[in-house]
Design a protein around this ligand. Structure first.
Ligand code: MG
Length: 443
């Protein structure tokens, strides 16, 4: 298995590709990159996370870093605490939605934002050069209040806590026994919800593949139906992605998580001409939600850091990705399932409507994702050129790869950062039209 080193971090299988040696050098390199500053660390609860954390301690200490250990913590909590504790950087040990035997490392700067392309390149140059800083004075400090701080920050936002508490919503939560299990249940209880926890024990292994897509949410759908819950929430192993199961027991699709959260937030009239930031591949339901609320929608290249940096630069009110990633700037600069859950509950309680009704009120689109194998970069470049010609009749956006927008749908073709493939996403009012768009370039 190959080790994937990219803008979104390092990922590999343990122990054959993400080896102890690789982890140690990455820790030494990060300590060198930060010139021995303070580093906040959190992990997801998979078994390999704790040993990897021990190795990270060793590497960071050798570079003279002070390490603050949050224990098991969601990725957004690590981002928040990196900023709150005025650290120089943060590390999350997680393979996110990937199943076992994967694990990985995500690196953040002091703001809690992930390293961007240029910063990541500087960091990897140190990793490859192997000339690491050696300094005394390092130490490790345990800190276990990250979750409480995170929850407090969410409750301070423009959520409708009064309405949510009054509604006494019955909410099922599938934490996948991951890092968000405890935090999400705690937040919902603080909001007066009647919580039905499912797979919220971090001492147990993942009960299913941790990607919160419909295929993995059978147990949650059943629980919501059986207990007549108002809705169900599911998260991945590091709790930055949030999926919703409606009161009718159906997974409503991750693309709607951000749309519903944004609908609520924009409805609170955040003032001025609000800006929302998403990536180029996020559903056009976001265009509809923003248009209706009089907000400006800005699209960036795919990759959380790209969305976050633009959100920060433009002073946007909310941002995120179509994979269930909600970024609420007042809370932090990462996709955050806790922020997403609080906004969704506010929408449900404030409107007095069922989540199934709220989802049905949004325009429906069919999205199809596929990929084309390319033997080389030249082959990928040729494929993109061909795509540009094929879709020259559409409104072309060339920020990343080729995106062609038509009145009844769009297609986005972009080379992967991590694999020798070109990713293709098409979305349209009907499945046939989305298929047709894909066929045009695959032929
Ligand atoms: Mg994740």
């Amino acid at each position: 298995m190959t080790l994937i080193i990219s803008i979104s971090g390092v990922r590999g299988t343990v122990p054959d590709s993400l080896t102890p040696d690789v982890c140690l050098d990455l820790a030494k390199a990060f300590g060198t990159y930060l010139e021995g500053g303070t580093v906040v660390i959190g992990t997801d609860p998979r078994r390999s996370s704790e040993p990897i954390k021990g190795i990270m301690f060793a590497g960071l200490l050798s570079a003279g870093c002070k390490v603050i250990d949050l224990g098991v913590a969601p990725t957004p909590t690590v981002g928040i605490m990196t900023r709150e504790l005025a650290a120089a950087g943060g590390i999350v040990i997680t393979a996110s939605h990937n199943p076992l035997p994967w694990n990985g490392l995500k690196f953040m700067r002091g703001s809690g934002i992930f390293l961007n392309g240029a910063e990541g390149a500087d960091f990897l140059k140190i990793y490859e050069g192997k000339k690491f800083r050696r300094a005394p004075g390092g130490k490790v400090i345990g800190y276990r209040k990250g979750t409480d701080c995170h929850i407090k920050k969410v409750l301070e936002q423009q959520i409708d806590a009064v309405a949510v508490r009054q509604a006494r919503l019955k909410v099922a939560v599938d934490g996948c026994n991951g890092a968000g299990s405890e935090a999400l249940v705690k937040l919902l209880k603080k909001l007066g919800c009647r919580v039905l926890p499912l797979n919220c024990d971090i001492t147990l292994p993942f009960p299913h593949d941790p990607e919160p897509v419909a295929a993995n949410l059978g147990e949650l759908m059943e629980l919501v139906g059986k207990k007549k819950a108002d809705l169900g929430f599911a998260v991945d192993s590091d709790a930055d992605r949030l999926a919703i199961v409606s009161d009718t027991g159906e997974a409503i699709g991750e693309e709607l998580t951000l749309a519903l959260a944004a609908k609520y937030l924009l409805g609170t009239k955040p003032g001025g001409q609000p800006t929302v930031v998403v990536n180029l591949s996020t559903s056009q339901v976001m265009d509809d939600v923003c248009r209706e609320a009089g907000a400006t929608l800005v699209r960036t290249k795919v990759g959380e850091v790209n969305v976050t940096e633009e959100l920060k630069r433009l002073g946007g009110v909310i941002g995120g990705e179509g994979n269930g990633g909600v970024i609420l700037p007042g809370v932090g600069w990462n996709r955050d399932s806790l922020s997403g859950a609080a906004l969704i509950l506010s929408l449900v309680a404030g409107s007095g409507k069922k989540i199934s009704q709220l989802a049905a009120e949004l325009p429906r689109y069919e999205m199809i994702k596929t990929k084309v194998e390319c033997g080389s970069q030249a082959e990928a470049a040729a494929f993109l050129e061909k795509s540009k010609a094929v879709f020259s009749g559409g409104n072309l956006v060339l920020t990343e790869g080729v995106k062609a927008v038509y009145p009844d749908g769009w297609i986005h073709i972009r080379p992967s950062n991590t694999e020798p493939i070109v990713r293709i996403i098409a979305e349209a009012k009907t499945k046939e039209r989305a298929e047709e768009l894909i066929k045009q370039v695959s032929a």
